[in-house]
Write a protein that binds this ligand. Structure first.
Ligand SMILES: Nc1nc2c(c(=O)[nH]1)N(C=O)[C@@H](CNc1ccc(C(=O)N[C@@H](CCC(=O)O)C(=O)O)cc1)CN2
Ligand SMILES: Nc1ncnc2c1ncn2[C@@H]1O[C@H](COP(=O)(O)OP(=O)(O)OP(=O)(O)O)[C@@H](O)[C@H]1O
Length: 219
């Protein structure tokens, strides 16, 4: 049987798909937003479950290191309006540090979901102020005019080497950062285990300026 006998299938040295011969780091990029969205949903679930599997004691120790990293990244907090968050789903609990900012002459705020698909607003909050339940039952300051933060501290679900953040999927921080009247210093907060090779950044994703985890040097 000859190679040019067109009644039989052609013989190849390799199968027609060479993908398996390529370096495993060269993967087909997820180019379709619906694929990226599906991938992000699964990755969020994996990362949140992994975070919740860390003991509360270990999380507390890591939050202390993160608070030190925040001081290093921000410097003097006096006169600054710093937005934080009310921790849930295993996020680092920085409420002690939040109070220390107020004791050092800074001010703090919490984010409020006004409506799905809209930017967050921020209201000043410190320990003792009245809270009420907001969307998803997250506590929010009960009163006060919106404030504009100088520093936005954003809890991450995942983070990639270009400091693109994976959040809970509402797009709230991206919309908020895109809409603020002046650009704040944006700090992503999380644990080292939340670092991932890529989040497949999309045009709407806005990278963090700094990432602070429990390791010593902010990067
Ligand atoms: N502690 C904390 N507070 C925060 C945030 C945060 O990341 N951490 N946010 C930062 O943005 C805002 C709340 N963002 C959230 C976004 C989505 C879901 C959520 O549960 N989403 C649904 C599915 C989302 C959808 O597809 O519509 C879910 O997971 O079941 C919760 C909070 C404001 N407050
Ligand atoms: N500036 C924006 N304008 C309009 N839509 C936006 C904007 N930013 C994000 N979105 C939309 O929000 C949705 C969720 O985005 P994404 O997956 O990036 O959320 P996330 O960053 O994980 O969530 P979150 O910030 O709430 O924690 C997407 O459909 C995205 O198109």
């Amino acid at each position: 049987m000859s190679d040019n006998d067109d009644t039989t299938p052609a013989q190849y040295a390799s199968p027609p798909c060479f993908m398996h011969e390529l370096d495993p780091t060269f993967q087909q990029p997820l180019s379709d937003w619906s694929d990226v969205r599906r991938w992000r949903k699964a990755e969020r679930e994996r990362l949140i479950a992994a975070r919740l599997a860390i003991s509360a004691d270990t999380r507390t120790k890591m939050a202390k290191r993160i608070a030190e990293g925040l001081d290093a990244a921000i410097g003097n907090v006096a006169g600054k309006m710093i937005s934080l968050y009310w921790p849930f789903r295993g996020e680092p609990d920085l409420r002690g540090w939040m109070e220390s900012v107020n004791e050092r002459g800074g001010r703090t705020a919490l984010p409020i979901v006004v409506e799905k698909g809209q930017p967050l607003i921020f209201r000043a909050y410190r320990h003792g102020d009245r809270l009420e339940r907001g969307v998803w039952n997250i506590p929010i300051p009960a009163e006060g005019d919106p404030v504009v933060p100088d520093v936005v501290i954003s809890p991450i679900v995942g983070i990639d080497p270009d400091r693109y953040r994976l959040g809970y999927g509402g797009g709230f921080f991206d919309r908020t950062l895109a809409s603020l009247p002046r650009k704040p210093l944006v700090i992503g907060i999380g644990y080292e285990m939340q670092r991932i090779p890529t989040i497949y950044p999309q045009p709407h994703d806005i990278p963090m300026d700094v990432v602070v985890t429990e390791t010593a040097c902010p990067a």
